[in-house]
Design a protein around this ligand. Structure first.
Ligand code: ADP
Ligand code: MG
Length: 690
């Protein structure tokens, strides 16, 4: 029973228990003698239980257990309400520390712990008992006076129970292995593992609790980074070598010269980092992070041309057909005349076309294959795949990403370039993507017009539609995004359908209103997109399916209904859909009744246009669990470490690891071996990308 309740929240071992540390600390009630108790004031007493019994109470729904408790100042009545099991749990003749307060019925006990202090010791023990004084028997878990940790309860078990277990676990903690190298403990002045754990649970002072928690946070971040780093090294040098792409750089350089625009500085830096890696046999594992419109596709194309010019093939995989279609359109626009061949393969490719395409692929008459998950199917055989580009990579599972890589020729691995349009703060990318090299595209291409963003309440919605109608009459197009309905795509689709119907009859009756939502099949979605791209529909009513990648330069207005339900980064992504052409874009965020915090978030969005900066603000306001992109990655759930709060510890851990690896010629030295094994067990062999 108890075990099940503990397991329900993931606590299975003593180790789990030890890492379930208090969330906060507070002053523990002073210990007093029974004779000195003051009515209504919380206090701790150290007593012997002389007798205990359950009282029959007439009123249904109420149970009372009473005990006679005593210390050197005399005897008193203790009572427990509605905890009938106390009768069997608290033993007559034994000593306990009890916490509670005095009222008319007696000393009403809120928590109790047996103490190993013998009955004859009861009258003594003044002042706070410290862990250091404990010896083998130890002080009671309910510490009196001084600072005390607040152990988190769980749905079924009260904090006092967890606290009692923590106490028992701490007594066994002497056997804990120290995972951190001694040189680091010394240099950073960190407490040892055992004392840090004990001090975290039962601190002597506020200062010692702070130091203990910092040491534990450092330990988590350090071990996690160590695992990621080892995985990263193994993923590169341990696996099969990539095909070195030689000679192709000339092709891609030439192509860049012919582009109708100059690359941004960030794009140039990305191109040079990537082309350097493509020439080597150590497989590239790079993440290109840049918000929509930052020019990632151009960078990826450059890499694919480099591959094509070197006589090798590339795959470009996107999570949806709409995105794959758009990539194909971009590639066809930018590659025309380059002599490079490409094709598009999705679930809706007709069978004959598919057969022809697969033949060309196997005969190496195709340089670039663009598509969806369809690329992963067995019949898709490349003759010489050397580079995989994976767009919106967090939408794919690890297995799917790996399956593409395995289509490289026997004995070879592929270079992999991941792309994400969800910028995340550096602290998170170091933990979520520690196994990848991250390249950021922060600069937006020159000449991009800023999107003006306004937050409106529902009463002023008419203003937004007024603006929208003005733009559409002038020949532009617009999006209306329906509110997010968490976890129900069906409900969300229905809301979108109804909203489209309503708008056709009311605000937008003079226009062609299109509709796109997640419950449509891919062909229906593609048709809706096509109608919008071709300008046959003026306004597209949609759910968040348009979040990524849609590129319609003529769209200049977006109205987001129920904006308070979206995350900052998500709204930023959404508004990136407008103003992508020659005309400036406007985004209206309609906020329903919402709290102060969502008002603050929306205000930040109206003011700030840098996606990286917004991600930082989002992180500060909402915490790491809510950041899109990271959640899908399954950032490890650290027990103590918190980002971005522990950013400095993270950087310290990273630089310590660098130095250690350097000093001992890699992470496999004898001193680091055991630490890495422990780390691997704690976070899984791949860190988090499970
Ligand atoms: P992303 O994939 O990051 O959303 P794209 O690579 O699709 O961005 O680029 C968005 C648009 O900007 C495309 O039309 C592309 O041709 C154009 N573009 C890319 N880089 C530049 C640049 N340096 N200057 C001007 N336009 C650019
Ligand atoms: Mg793109």
């Amino acid at each position: 029973m108890l075990e099940e309740k503990a397991r329900a929240i993931g606590v299975e071992t003593i180790f789990d228990l030890l890492w379930r540390v208090p969330r906060a600390y507070g002053d523990a009630p002073e210990r007093v003698l029974l004779g000195d108790l003051e009515p209504g004031v919380s206090a701790t007493v150290l007593v012997v239980v002389n007798s205990i019994r359950r009282i029959r109470v007439r009123r249904r729904g109420l149970s009372v257990v009473e005990a006679k408790i005593a210390d050197s100042s005399g005897e008193r009545k203790a009572v427990w309400f509605n905890q009938p099991w106390i009768e069997n749990q608290v033993k007559g003749g034994a000593a306990y520390v009890m916490e509670g307060r005095l009222d008319k019925k007696g000393f009403v006990v809120s928590a109790q712990e047996p103490t190993d202090a013998g009955a004859d010791e009861v009258p003594v023990a003044e002042g706070p008992a410290r862990w250091q004084d404990a010896g083998a028997t130890g002080p009671p878990g309910l510490k009196e006076g001084g600072i005390r940790g607040r152990h988190p309860g769980s749905q079924e078990l009260r904090p006092a129970r967890w606290r009692g277990w923590a106490w028992q676990a701490c007594r066994l903690a002497g056997d804990l292995v120290e995972p951190l190298p001694s040189s680091i403990l010394e240099e950073r002045g960190l407490a040892g593992a055992v004392s840090a754990i004990r001090e975290a649970h039962f601190p002597q002072s506020e200062e010692s609790s702070v130091l203990a928690m910092a040491r534990l946070a450092y330990e988590e971040l350090f071990l996690h980074q160590a695992v990621l780093r080892r995985g990263r090294i193994a993923g590169r040098s341990g696996g099969p070598p990539a095909i070195p792409l030689e000679g192709g750089e000339a092709t891609s350089k030439e192509w860049i010269k012919g582009l109708p625009f100059e690359l941004t500085g960030d794009q140039r830096a990305a191109v040079s980092a990537i082309s350097g890696e493509l020439k080597a046999t150590v497989p590239m594992r790079r993440l290109l992070m840049g918000e929509v419109g930052s020019g990632k596709t151009v960078v990826a194309l450059e890499a694919m041309l480099h591959a094509a010019g070197s006589g090798a093939q590339s795959a470009l995989m996107a999570p949806t057909e709409v995105l794959a279609d758009q990539h194909a359109a971009t590639v066809s626009r930018l590659l025309s005349g380059s002599g490079v061949t490409f094709a598009l393969l999705t679930g809706s490719t007709p069978p004959e076309a598919r057969t022809r395409l697969l033949e060309a692929l196997a005969a190496q008459n195709l340089d670039i294959l663009i598509g969806t998950h369809a690329l992963l199917e067995d019949p898709v055989v490349f003759s010489r795949l050397a580079l995989c580009v994976i767009d919106e990579e967090h939408r794919f599972g690890v297995r799917q990403r790996g399956r593409l890589d395995r289509k490289a020729p026997a004995g070879h691995g592929a270079h992999i370039l991941h792309m994400t349009a969800t910028p995340i703060p550096r602290t998170l990318s170091l933990t979520a993507y520690g196994d990848l090299d991250v390249t950021e595209l922060r600069q937006l291409p020159a000449g991009r017009l800023p999107i003006s963003t306004r937050v409106l309440n529902e009463a002023s919605r008419a203003e937004a539609f007024e603006h929208l109608r003005g733009e559409v009459r002038g020949g532009r197009q617009a999006f209306v995004v329906c509110p997010l309905i968490e976890k129900s795509e069906a409900l969300q689709a229905r809301a979108a359908i109804e909203e489209a119907e309503r708008l056709r009859e009311t605000e937008l009756s003079e226009f062609e209103v299109g509709l796109i939502h997640g419950q449509m099949n891919s062909q229906q979605k593609a048709l809706a997109m096509l109608a919008f791209e071709d300008g046959r529909t003026d306004v597209l009513v949609s759910t968040t399916v348009i979040e990524v990648g849609i590129d319609v330069p003529n769209a200049t207005v977006m109205i987001v209904e129920g904006a308070e339900r979206f995350g900052l980064s998500q709204l930023h992504q959404l508004r990136g859909r407008v103003g992508r052409g020659r005309h400036a874009g406007a985004c209206f965020l309609i906020a329903g009744s919402s709290g102060a915090s969502s008002a603050r978030r929306l205000a930040a969005l109206a003011k700030e246009s840098d996606g990286f900066r917004l991600a930082e603000i989002d992180l500060e306001m909402r915490g790491e669990g809510e950041i899109t992109g990271v959640r899908q990655h399954g950032l490890p759930r650290f027990a103590v470490a918190r980002l971005p709060r522990d950013e400095e510890l993270l950087e310290a851990a990273r630089s310590d690891l660098d130095r250690l690896a350097e000093d001992s010629g890699g992470l496999d030295g004898p001193e680091l071996g055991p630490m890495l094994e422990l780390a691997g067990r704690r976070f899984g062999p791949e860190g988090i990308r499970r």
